[in-house]
Design a protein around this ligand. Structure first.
Ligand code: ADP
Ligand code: TRP
Length: 338
């Protein structure tokens, strides 16, 4: 049964995006993608590949095209069903960039200056382009143009969704009409996944990433390279500070997790053996039929492209309906067009 909003009795609309800036990793999966796939039977789902956002960092057309394909094929291999959810390219709905400009006209500089992800990038020494600064406004346009109710994302995106909500509020207030719904964040049960190097797993830090659909020798190599301290097999170790355990916990059964915890806490389990268990779990979950499906999609890029194009046509209808209201209230449209 589809979840219903109490006021409108319309199905709940879920919307989210993933940037095409690298392959899907375990953080994307447990923070967002698994949740997206589970929600596909709960309401109306719109998911897109945020290639406009990726353009703030990727300046190589072939690479952006390839990453876009990879994210789409990964979603399909992991179980996204195009009969239930839309999966499209952000840039196939160019009206989001138009709306982004319109929203930038009601958004204060202070709001953007408070964005954590922008401040983090400055701290990392990244020289920002204007797109990186105005990124949350484009994200607000993505969310608002589809009149989204819920935005399922990982913890790092919560502030951006709140900004979209604020921007929707400013717009509705300035133009004295409720054009946009106020969206809400929806977190998964694991909204912040640790990376291989101990911080957050993120595509922007390649060393932190455990790809989920990479080839098995690369996955193994990455797991075996996790840096550990010099404690020996019999020394007690703290599992809760250890990326091997923290990642294993996401994948294994409660009994297996308990076994690893006990092995670390009481001694008897070495890091090498724990890494091997983590690798075997990755294989068990993402090897097999998922890997086979992914390989099949790689051979049929036209199947993937058809999903993206057909989904975009449906998303475009929703976007156009919103833009009609925007044109009316802002006065951007000729009075002759009703
Ligand atoms: P990345 O941060 O690796 O570049 P994206 O920005 O494209 O990935 O994020 C796609 C989705 O995955 C977002 O909803 C984001 O919050 C989520 N996500 C990314 N990294 C993590 C993580 N380490 N833990 C939980 N969720 C994450
Ligand atoms: N900024 C998001 C991220 O890096 C991706 C994204 C772009 C997004 N537009 C969105 C997520 C709209 C949710 C809704 O993860």
């Amino acid at each position: 049964m589809a979840e219903s909003s109490t006021t409108t009795r319309q199905p709940m609309r879920y919307l989210s995006g993933v940037q095409s800036s690298g392959r899907l990793h375990l953080g994307n999966y447990f923070g967002a993608v698994q949740h997206h796939i589970n929600l596909q039977t709960q309401g109306e789902c719109l998911y897109f590949i945020a290639n406009y956002h990726s353009l703030t960092t990727i300046h190589d057309g072939e690479q952006l095209r390839k990453f876009t394909f990879d994210i789409a094929a990964d979603y399909l291999a992991l179980g996204l069903d195009p009969q239930h959810a839309l999966l499209f390219r952000q840039s196939d709905i160019p009206a989001v960039t138009e709306l982004s400009w319109i929203l930038s006209s009601v958004t204060g500089m202070g709001l953007l200056e408070r964005a954590h992800s922008y401040k983090d990038k400055l701290t990392k020494g990244i020289v920002p382009n204007v797109g990186l600064f105005t990124y949350p406004i484009l994200m607000a346009a993505d969310i608002l143009i589809y009149q989204s109710d819920k935005v399922p994302v990982g913890m790092d995106q919560v502030q951006h969704v709140e900004m979209a909500r604020d921007i929707a509020g400013y717009f509705n207030q300035q133009f004295q009409k409720t054009v946009f719904k106020l969206p809400e964040t929806l977190l998964s049960s694991t909204p912040k996944v640790v990376g291989l190097t101990g911080g957050k797993m993120s595509k922007s830090d390649d060393k932190s990433v455990l790809p989920i659909l990479g080839d098995s020798s690369e996955i193994k190599k990455r797991i075996m390279s996790i840096v550990t301290d010099s404690k020996g097999v019999h020394d007690p170790k703290d599992p809760d500070q250890n990326p091997i355990f923290l990642l294993y916990q996401l994948l294994a059964t409660p009994v297996e997790v308990q076994e690893m915890r006990a092995g670390f806490e009481h001694g008897g389990l070495g890091y090498g053996e724990a890494k091997q268990r983590l690798f075997l779990k990755m294989e068990e979950i993402f090897g097999g039929s998922i890997r086979t499906r992914r390989a099949e999609l790689e051979k049929h890029p036209d199947w993937v492209e058809d999903v993206l194009v057909e989904s975009a046509k449906k998303a475009d209808l929703i976007a156009r309906a919103t833009m009609e209201q925007v044109y009316q209230v802002t006065g951007l449209r000729s009075w002759k067009i009703k």
